[in-house]
Design a protein around this ligand. Sequence first.
Ligand code: NAP
Length: 310
Amino acid sequence: MSIIYQRVALIGLGLIASSMGHAMKESGLAGHVAGHAKTPATRAAALEIGFCDSVHETAAQAVAGADLVVLAVPVGAMAEVAAEIGPHLKPGACVTDVGSVKQAVIDAVAPHIPDGVAFVPGHPLAGTEHSGPHAGFASLFRNRWCLLTPTAQSSPEAIARLRALWEAMGSNVDEMDPPHHDLVLAVVSHTPHLIAYTMVGVADHLRRVSNSEVIKYSASGFRDFTRIAASDPTMWRDVFLTNREATLDILGRFTEELFVLQRAIRMGDGEQLHAYFTRTRAIRRGIIEAGQDTSAPDFGRVAADSGRKG
Ligand code: NAP
């Protein structure tokens, strides 16, 4: 593949930025990848691993001369970083971000983008429970969605070029209105994470079992909650603080449904439970048909492992 941006600056060098760096290097999509992260240790790691060609002590230095600037810091740090880089952006450059919430990031970043620089907010729907510069890998975005949420500051040319980059890194790209993005993500990602955090918290409160049985028998389903609940605390704190309305809306609906099921259990209403679970099973089938997951038992875990499932 050929170079899409001569010079890319990655601000924040964690899971997402390092995966972008690896993917760009693997396919030769950037002439030079410059990087900045808060701590010297992370900057040194990025150079040593090799997904950046240069690292810089300040974000302002990293964005100098960059054609694409990727803000890959926690959502709560976007405003501070945008304020710092604003005066140093090259005319004609494009700024994007990878934040998990879109309207709050737009509100935080947009005021700092000068005339003549495009801003195309984005969000790759790809990740793992790991974080930091060592967590990234080139195939993270392959066959995963990347949502762009253009604003008045996004020129058609800037959108098309950024779309080409994400597609070259293996993503399928869609465009979405920012508030709609935040509502959809509250349903498919943010609220499920909160539920996983809660379930693991509940198990932790039952101290009697947390030391042995919870771990020993975790393959029964709890294990998948613990994986999600191991996600980065800073990132997820910021997601809930900045996508408050949508997550509270979905959480309210979730609580109502939970009460419905709770009542069905109390009343011994097997018919209602069966009908409910039949509907949800069909949703799982739809996800597999859409190619978003494997139909292999236990998410394709090895047989020896799934044999323990009870
Ligand atoms: P991460 O692995 O925790 O890395 C965050 C990086 O941001 C670190 O390199 C950190 O530097 C740097 N940083 C934090 N505050 C900074 C500041 N004020 N100035 C400069 N650098 C700063 O995070 P991540 O998982 O890559 O997430 C990055 C963004 O992607 C977030 O906005 C998140 O919402 C979004 N996202 C995450 C996922 C996911 O599953 N993880 C998926 C999609 C989108 P130090 O290491 O030096 O502290």
